[in-house]
Design a protein around this ligand. Structure first.
Ligand code: DC
Length: 212
């Protein structure tokens, strides 16, 4: 267990967990880690090498030589692929949105990224968000949250962000994969923010944390 328990925030696509996690980290002086961006960076590397993301064996081989680094910049980790920083546009492109759930199903990809995520705990207090942070990456954390929202609300949020990805299909793939599927982690506080403002959702997390 790290010295400071990691605050884990899981939930489905476009549930608002990134916005909540970023603000909770700022208010608590913790480093914000978006693990979805690590899977997106691996996916970018797969597409850059013209590999079919649905071909698990080809993905396994191609990603074996891809190094993902996560230096901290302005209170949050940013992702680099073999030393090359990726932009938000690279990480959130339509091809990456379509392919990321396939790449994230490959056990060897997950093993390497989970190890990298655990190693980040040495940096200091963290708020880490993703799909398996409370269930697999830090299952012993006493500070687990699961942020949910209805499918209608989540699809509308993605459209408002200018993304055309199919959140329902991504959720189906993320929830049915064999390795570390999206689940509500044992002991997690569930917050449905379909009808909450961002500030209200952040408050619901903060009020459950021990005083700093
Ligand atoms: O959080 P996001 O929507 O940017 O995540 C992109 C994809 O990465 C998501 O569809 C599934 C995968 N992912 C994962 O499998 N495990 C995580 N801890 C984070 C993301």
């Amino acid at each position: 267990m790290p010295d400071h328990p990691v605050i884990t925030i899981d939930g489905p696509a476009a549930s608002g967990k990134s916005s909540v996690a970023r603000l909770v980290a700022q208010r608590r002086g913790a480093i914000y880690v978006n693990t979805g961006n690590m899977y997106r960076a691996m996916t970018w590397a797969v597409l850059d090498r013209q590999i079919d993301p649905a071909d698990a064996e080809a993905v396994r081989q191609a990603t074996a030589v891809v190094e993902i680094q996560s230096p901290v910049v302005a209170g949050q980790t940013v992702v680099q692929v073999n030393g090359i920083p990726l932009t938000d546009a690279d990480l959130n492109s339509d091809p990456v949105n379509r392919a990321v759930s396939h790449v994230a199903r490959v056990p060897e990809v997950r093993d390497r990224l989970v190890a990298a995520q655990r190693a980040l705990a040495a940096l200091g207090p963290l708020v880490m968000e993703g799909r398996d942070i409370g269930s697999v990456v830090f299952p012993n954390s006493p500070l687990k949250f699961y942020i949910d929202a209805s499918e209608e609300v989540r699809s509308a949020r993605r459209r408002a962000q200018g993304h055309a990805d199919q959140v329902a299909e991504r959720d189906r793939l993320d929830s049915t994969r064999k390795t570390s599927p999206l689940v509500i982690p044992q002991g997690a506080v569930v917050i449905d923010n379909s009808h909450l403002t961002l500030e209200q959702a952040v408050e619901q997390v903060l009020e459950r944390l021990p005083s700093p």
